[in-house]
Structure formats: structure tokens, C-alpha cells
Design a protein around this ligand. Structure first.
Ligand SMILES: [Cu+2]
Ligand SMILES: [Zn+2]
Length: 217
């Protein structure tokens, strides 16, 4: 009897060890993926958008799409603050409150895809350009609808608050030039300043921070 008990106990311990190893392996693969938190954050935003649209459907008047909050993250996955996008008559207002970014001038744009995969954020694709123009407000053949009119100027406290108006775009997924249709778009901040005229991205260098403008479901 005692022998059987011991063997059962050992079996349980071995089972336990096995589960521990499985758990460790799962943790390891989760942390090496690195994308997982983004997926969760993205899903949360989609939920907010879906709730907003449902509320809208019940109203007698048709208010514009609700403001959208976009979390900005650095290449290392750190919180770099927030952008708030609000639908206006002629476009979308973008208010930024950013932190933990390197001081200096930095190009900022809306990019075509709503995917921010660290560290290089190449997943966000090129600039949002549904009207097929060249880059930059100072380019005679410009500009992309995703081009912002001035660089971000980050001070020695590594922070900045700024606001922009993006004319000709919309948060309404059914509107032309929508930032939320087809899986959404992304706000991308670059290592260097945008010269406002060099195609395709103003010579602004690497992508150092990114936030998903969630797509509508
Ligand atoms: Cu960019
Ligand atoms: Zn551009």
C-alpha cells in the first residue's frame, strides 16, 4: 500500500514539474513574441469603437464618430503617451501628449496599416496616401493625406504636447479617406525631422514610436 502511495505521489510531482516546464515554455514564447500586448491593446480599442458605433445607431440624430484614443509605444515597448483623434467638419484633429521620447525635431505621419510591430514598425507600411500624391507639404506634387504640417519638437524633459489638423480624412469607417477602414492606420514618429518635401517620407529616418488607429469591425 505504502509503495503504491509513494508512486502516486511521485507521479503527481512529475506531473507538476511537467506543467511547470510547459508554463515556462509558454511564458518564453509569449515574451519573445513581443507583439502580444499590442494585440490586446488593439482589441481594446476596437471594443471602444464598436461601442461608440452601437450608441450612435440608437440616436435620432447622427453625431460624428466618437473620439479615438491612441496609445503610443516606443520601439522598446514603453508607454510614450497618447494621441486623441476627434472628428471635425473638414477632417480629423490630432492632439498629442507624449513622453519619454528623445529631444529634438521628429517627423510624424499617419501610415497606411494599423499594425505597430516593434522594434522597427515597418509593419505600418508607407504614408497614408489614398489620393496618390508625393510626400510633403512643400512638395509641388504633394502631399500625402497622412502628412502632418510641422515636426514634433520634443524638449529636454522628453515631452511634448501639440495638436494638428489633418484635412480631408475621416474617422468614419464608411467615409472616403477613412483612417479606420480596412484594418485602420497608424501614427508613426520618426528619429529625425521631416524636411516636408523628400519623397516618400521626408528623410525622417527610423521609426521610433507607433500607435494603432484601430480599424472598425
Ligand atoms: Cu512616418
Ligand atoms: Zn508623406
Amino acid at each position: 500500500m505504502r509503495g503504491a502511495g509513494e508512486s502516486m505521489l511521485r507521479h503527481e510531482v512529475e506531473d507538476g514539474e511537467l506543467k511547470d516546464e510547459e508554463a515556462k515554455a509558454m511564458l518564453k514564447s509569449a515574451s519573445s513574441a513581443g507583439v502580444s500586448t499590442w494585440v490586446v491593446a488593439g482589441a481594446g480599442c476596437i471594443g471602444v469603437v464598436a461601442l461608440g458605433l452601437a450608441t450612435q445607431a440608437w440616436g435620432a440624430k447622427k453625431p460624428g464618430p466618437p473620439p479615438l484614443h491612441v496609445e503610443i509605444k516606443t520601439s522598446a515597448g514603453a508607454d510614450a503617451g497618447m494621441a486623441t483623434l476627434t472628428q471635425k467638419k473638414n477632417g480629423v484633429e490630432v492632439k498629442l501628449s507624449l513622453k519619454d521620447l528623445p529631444p529634438g525635431l521628429h517627423g510624424i505621419h499617419i501610415h497606411q496599416k494599423g499594425v505597430c510591430t516593434a522594434p522597427d514598425f515597418k509593419s505600418a507600411g508607407p504614408h497614408f496616401n489614398p489620393t496618390d500624391k508625393k510626400h510633403g507639404w512643400e512638395n509641388p506634387e504633394g502631399h500625402h493625406l497622412g502628412d502632418f504640417q510641422h515636426n514634433l519638437s520634443i524638449d529636454m524633459s522628453h515631452q511634448v504636447s501639440d495638436e494638428y489638423m489633418l484635412k480631408g480624412v475621416s474617422l468614419d469607417p464608411a467615409a472616403p479617406n477613412s483612417l479606420t477602414a480596412n484594418g485602420g492606420t497608424a501614427i508613426v514618429i520618426h528619429e529625425g525631422p521631416d524636411d516636408m518635401k523628400t519623397d516618400p517620407s521626408g528623410n525622417s529616418g527610423n521609426r521610433i514610436a507607433c500607435g494603432v488607429i484601430a480599424g472598425a469591425q
